[in-house]
Design a protein. Sequence first.
Length: 193
Amino acid sequence: MDPRKQRSQARLYAAALGLAADRPMSELSVTQIAEAAGVHRSTFYEHADSPQSLVEAALTAELDLLRDALMSDRSDAATSLDTVTRGVLEHVLRHADIYRRELSDGGGALHAMLSRHFRGTSEALIERGRVAIDIAVEGTPRSDVTDAAARFLADGTVGLIDGWLRLPHPQVEQFLRLYAALLPDWWPHRPAV
């Protein structure tokens, strides 16, 4: 992407996240975001087709940086996953107003986005051999078990984040203790302390 387009994208992302912190994504308009970013409406459409997709793209871009760091981390899987999970939780807290509103007890717009992202990360770790799902279920192909396990972990993680954000003062360590206690044995993690 050329530098001019990158600058426009950064301004649009910042404007979209700033506005979405104050109101539901469904109430955002292209005009509001373009004006807040200091760009023309046509520039908006070079980066997204709707305000919701722009907010999701801005959040996903931050999560992608965390995933990239995880994939290049040469620590053992449990250490790498602890580091990236902390990063994800800090990301969620930075955008807590958006996530609280848009996760909306499993039916919100961001539930599916987070689930897809977490599932994609799990699948990448499995493909690279950093996570092994050694579960056999009679009559179920191994690939279906692996897919189900990745989906189960992704949706469960999003549900836990949703509940955690509804606490009066969510703390990262509090989440990590509960998460470690709930994670299945096949997922690399540090035991709950």
